[in-house]
Design a protein around this ligand. Structure first.
Ligand code: SF4
Length: 361
């Protein structure tokens, strides 16, 4: 039974040069989009009490807080649900933050990316470092006690020291959660057409990641997932649900969901979605082997990795026995205890190639 729902808000003021997410810099679509979104939710949602609801984007802070409130009210919740809204500093006004907090949102994810003005400009971000810091302060003032900030490493003009200074500044703000992503030049982005200069190579990115892990862990953050760090166990419950291979709804253009053993995706084109919000662009029933692969792929993203008993109960497979050759081959990249198998920090850095071996087996 799904206990999570993701809502995609595919609007941005302008497109960042590295961004491969589905969003458009045209807010004229918002009224029609919201109508279709509500239609989709009404049609598919079966009133299950949710543990988590997540508004992602795009830029959900381009909506009015009343819009967010109206959507939240369409769902039933368990006691103490986690309701996250992603915001961008240039549009997360104090009134918006108070409005969504009053509507029930209790977790904020702020797209900071860097606290350096020159770097922000070079990647097409339209906020200033001050706006980013003010957003954290305003979030706490609005009542949020669970605030996350996103950062990217490997950006143009970003040295390792600069990156670590940014993280130190984030720690200083008192946020409880930090997400880190390495810059990737993805097809279809402005950076793909006009590659940036002065970006970190693979080795420097790896050094930046390792140094960030050390800094955050020294400052009381737990490295609970390959890209995510939390203080006081303030994990992203919504994302934990993905990594635990649990079911969830995905509502909105380009949203993905997982229901009744099938993965699906909605239309990634805004106009197609607005016209046909109930149709799916993609639907695939997972085989038992697909499910097992996903459990490895997603489970090994977590700091605790894979629990052997859970794995056996769900997939009827003895993890240590079936994958013994791979675990031996890459033994320096794993920590294996009596109950769990997890990547080391170095293992996370080379996880893509190791995971490919698991999937082939
Ligand atoms: S604000 Fe986020 S979703 Fe929008 S273009 Fe920038 S990175 Fe992409």
């Amino acid at each position: 039974m799904p206990q999570s729902a993701y809502i995609h808000i595919p609007f941005c003021k302008s497109k960042c040069f590295y961004c491969a997410f589905m969003s458009v810099a045209n807010t004229d679509y918002i009224p029609a989009y919201l109508e279709s979104l509500k239609k989709e939710i009404k049609s598919y949602y079966k009133n299950e009490p949710l543990k988590t609801l997540y508004f992602g984007g795009g830029t959900p802070s381009l909506l009015k807080s009343e819009h967010i409130s109206e959507i939240i009210q369409m769902f039933n919740f368990e006691t103490m649900p986690e309701i996250t809204v992603e915001v961008n500093p240039e549009s997360a006004h104090p009134d918006f933050l108070s409005g969504i907090f009053s509507a029930g949102a209790n977790r904020l994810s702020i797209g900071v990316q860097s606290f350096d003005e020159k770097i922000l400009k070079s990647i097409g971000r339209i906020h200033t470092p001050k706006q980013a810091k003010d957003t954290v302060v305003n979030a706490f003032s609005a009542g949020f006690s669970n605030v996350s900030t996103d950062f990217i490493y490997g950006l143009p003009f970003q040295t390792q020291d600069k990156f670590l200074d940014d993280l130190a500044a984030a720690i200083e703000t008192g946020v409880q959660h930090i997400s880190l992503y390495g810059l990737k030049i993805e097809e279809g982005t402005p950076f793909y057409k006009n590659p940036p200069v002065n970006i970190a190579d693979e080795d420097l990115q790896a050094d930046m990641y390792s140094a960030a892990v050390n800094l955050l862990c020294e400052n009381g953050f737990e490295h609970y997932e390959i890209s995510n760090f939390a203080k006081n166990k303030k994990y992203s419950g919504h994302n934990m649900n993905y990594w635990n291979c649990e079911e969830y709804y995905g509502f909105g253009a380009a949203a993905h969901g997982y229901l009744n053993g099938a993965r699906y995706a909605n239309f990634a084109s805004i106009s197609k979605y607005i016209n046909s919000p109930l149709e799916k662009e993609f639907l695939k029933n997972l085989t038992p082997k697909d499910m097992e692969n996903e459990a490895i792929f997603l489970g090994l993203r977590r700091g605790t990795g894979i629990n052997f008993i859970d794995f056996k109960n769900r997939y009827k497979t003895d993890f240590l026995e079936k994958y013994s050759v791979i675990l031996e081959k890459y033994k320096d990249f794993f920590v294996i205890t009596d109950t769990n198998c997890a990547f080391t920090t170095e293992g996370f850095l080379v996880s893509n190639s190791i995971l490919a071996d698991f999937i082939e087996l």
